[in-house]
Design a protein around this ligand. Structure first.
Ligand code: NCD
Ligand code: ZN
Ligand code: ZN
Ligand code: ZN
Length: 391
């Protein structure tokens, strides 16, 4: 098969450590099939599907289903994330070993959507994960510091009466888990880092030789809490959009490698869950199809990363962090390729309903970006050509 690549940038297929595909349970907002299409269009060849489905992915029955269904669809490798605790935010560790040895070979565990806030459970989870050689990914949010279901903080949010998730809720867990990982001799991964303080804590922990990694989302690299002025719940997300100074610190942290990688936290929600009052709306936004465009605009355009750096934060580091050996690296001659082609100058405008996801909750609606993924190859098969999914 011949792929025309003139003037484009060739990158290793992207790896997303943080995707919510709502199957099983909320197939009205996303399925493994629709989410796989969105991922391929975004240039991804592997995604990690979070465990907060319904039922929760806390057993090998669910994690194996997710893997098998992804393979059946065949557009992207859908790696299941297993729950750390039974039912998420539970008091009992899930059977990680069973999930790790299933067909879906679970490599990452997370209660994302909830914090593993009990320090003893987190400590045991880290010790156990270390003996199994799997990764724990922490949604860093101390729930006793978070007010109700309202998920915003900062001067704008406070003025608007939306205060809810302070920096300390994130940073106290980042600091705690760094220390727990150190003592357990384990690795921990921080989901969706959102504050300048988290960047500082990451620097400190790395300096101590602690095995801690972190991701940042495209929306936290681009948007700040001034978006809340409209009270539009499309901007409601966990962790909340923060201040411009946080956005700058996150960009700098990513450029310097203190934040390891970009992860989308792609979170589809039904229209009725996003068009209600801000306090009642669900947190989360779509991310797979817009990630590369935002990384190009926020990191490449200002000169913070070159395209080599994009390969690193979108593909190589995430693959390394989770121990994927078939992704995120250059291929040898004759090896099936996981590749993405990006046209850095193919201007496009985001339209929620045109995205492959079933849900349409994008905060980037009507925004125009310069860079676009044109082609994706999964193990040598073209999954996207000229921006069209090849089924
Ligand atoms: C996520 C979701 O909708 O599942 N929401 C979000 O705002 N990020 C859960 C999560 O990542 O915490
Ligand atoms: Zn989360
Ligand atoms: Zn919670
Ligand atoms: Zn999430």
């Amino acid at each position: 098969e011949v792929v025309e690549a003139g003037g484009q940038v060739l990158l290793p297929g992207f790896v997303d450590l943080h995707t919510h595909l709502r199957e099983p349970g909320r197939e009205d907002t996303e399925t493994i099939e629709s989410g796989s299409a969105a991922a391929a269009l975004g240039g991804y060849t592997a995604v990690f599907a979070m465990a907060n489905t319904s039922p929760v992915a806390d057993s090998v029955v669910i994690t194996d289903h997710v893997w098998r269904r992804g393979q059946e669809v065949g557009l992207v490798d859908v790696h299941p994330v297993g729950a750390v605790t039974v039912g998420l935010a539970g008091k009992q560790l899930a059977e990680m070993a069973t999930m790790a040895s299933g067909v879906g070979k679970v490599k990452m565990f997370s209660d994302d959507g909830h914090c593993v806030d009990d320090p003893l459970i987190m400590r045991r989870a880290l010790e156990y994960s270390s003996s199994l050689g799997v990764l724990i990914a922490q949604h860093a949010e101390e729930p006793r510091l978070t007010v109700g279901a309202v998920a915003h903080e900062g001067p704008t949010a406070a003025r608007l009466g939306l205060a809810g998730w302070p920096r300390a809720a994130e940073e106290s867990i980042v600091a705690r888990d760094a220390l727990l990982a150190r003592d357990a001799g384990a690795r921990v991964h921080i989901c969706h880092a959102s504050t300048a303080g988290t960047v500082e804590l990451m620097k400190w922990a790395r300096g101590q030789g602690i095995s801690i990694t972190a991701e940042v989302t495209p929306h936290h690299l681009l948007l700040d809490d001034s978006r809340l002025e409209t009270y539009d719940a499309v901007n409601k997300v966990n962790p909340p959009l923060r201040e411009r100074s946080d956005v700058e610190a996150l960009r700098k942290g990513l450029a310097e490698g203190v934040i390891d990688c970009v992860a989308t936290d792609h979170a589809p929600h039904a229209e009725q869950d996003k068009c209600c009052e801000f306090s009642a709306a669900r947190p989360g936004m779509l991310g797979l199809e817009t990630a590369l465009a935002i990384v190009a605009q926020t990191m490449v355009e200002p000169g913070l990363l070159d395209w080599r750096g994009v390969a690193k934060v979108m593909s190589e580091r995430p693959a390394e962090i989770v121990g994927l050996t078939d992704q995120g690296r250059p291929i040898a001659v004759g090896e099936p390729a996981n590749l993405t082609l990006v046209d850095p100058q193919r201007e496009w405008t985001v339209r929620g309903p045109e995205l492959a996801s079933i849900a349409a909750n994008t905060p980037f609606e009507a925004m125009t970006f310069a860079a676009r993924v044109t082609t994706t190859l999964l193990r040598g098969r073209v999954t996207v050509r000229d921006g069209q999914v090849q089924r």
